[in-house]
Design a protein around this ligand. Sequence first.
Ligand SMILES: NC(=O)c1ccc[n+]([C@@H]2O[C@H](COP(=O)([O-])OP(=O)(O)OC[C@H]3O[C@@H](n4cnc5c(N)ncnc54)[C@H](OP(=O)(O)O)[C@@H]3O)[C@@H](O)[C@H]2O)c1
Length: 285
Amino acid sequence: MPTYAVTGASGRLGRLIVDELMALDVPASDVVALARTPSKATDLAERGVRVRGGDYSRPATLNEALTGVDRLLLVSGSEPGQRVAQHASVIEAAGAAGVSRIAYTSILNADRTTNPLAGEHQDTERTLRAAGVPFTLLRNGWYTENYAGQIDQYLQRGEILGAAGTGKIAAATRRDYAAAAAAALLQDEEGNRTHELGGPAFDLSELARVVSEITGVPVTYRDLPVDEYVSRLQRAGLDEATAGFVAALDASIARGDLETDSEDLTRLLGRPVTPLTDVVRVARA
Ligand SMILES: NC(=O)c1ccc[n+]([C@@H]2O[C@H](COP(=O)([O-])OP(=O)(O)OC[C@H]3O[C@@H](n4cnc5c(N)ncnc54)[C@H](OP(=O)(O)O)[C@@H]3O)[C@@H](O)[C@H]2O)c1
């Protein structure tokens, strides 16, 4: 049995990937969970998972943590601006440790996207190509939770504000992406693989319709010009840079960057992607 490692295992996605590996009958003793702060992953250790310290910014920890690992799931870091170097350190350590496959959580449509977050993912994909270790790109779309987590605000205002136009968002839950990542890591295959991962697409008007239907509270989507959306976000308390960034994400959605008709996610899951209605229902429960 190969040994599997998952980085960022104290995070929401990493933790679910560990969970899904075990749901696919990988013994806990064959799973290595890398966490920057191992004390945040004691629950995994209690389940028999081998928890090791692994900090993307401290390469020595990575060399040690990846010893004996066959297949690695590199969960992209959460510190924008540092991630290219951090991911490169993980990839280098994996190569030195003799890891036979690296799977990486990239961004949907990485070949063509204009999403402001894409640069670091595109650079990491280039690093992987240059590293010479077979790799699997898990190009994840948006998490449905990005919206489900804001339902209270939508209900309070009676509207969803944005600048995404009629741009479609092929979102899926963290659980869906985690299950797909675990399935991809278990596949015995050669060469490099790219999976474009997203669920059935909705736009923000459709999101408003679903929220209204499930909560019984009327919510509409109000599309704003980017500049006006930035001003609104600033008035709501965001600093100028953050407001600009949030609005730029919506502008990218309007350009179609987060849309896909790929069936890769359903194929890896072996089941349908969790519907938006279910996510909203669970968020309200
Ligand atoms: N598709 C989307 O909609 C979307 C949305 C948000 C983020 N993302 C990306 O997807 C990744 C996973 O999402 P998530 O929801 O699981 O995020 P999360 O809950 O914030 O988890 C991020 C994980 O990365 C770890 N990490 C950050 N810096 C690290 C470092 N220097 N060394 C080692 N580990 C480090 C964190 O460790 P600590 O627990 O020690 O902080 C945490 O375990 C994010 O990091 C981000 O790249 C995608």
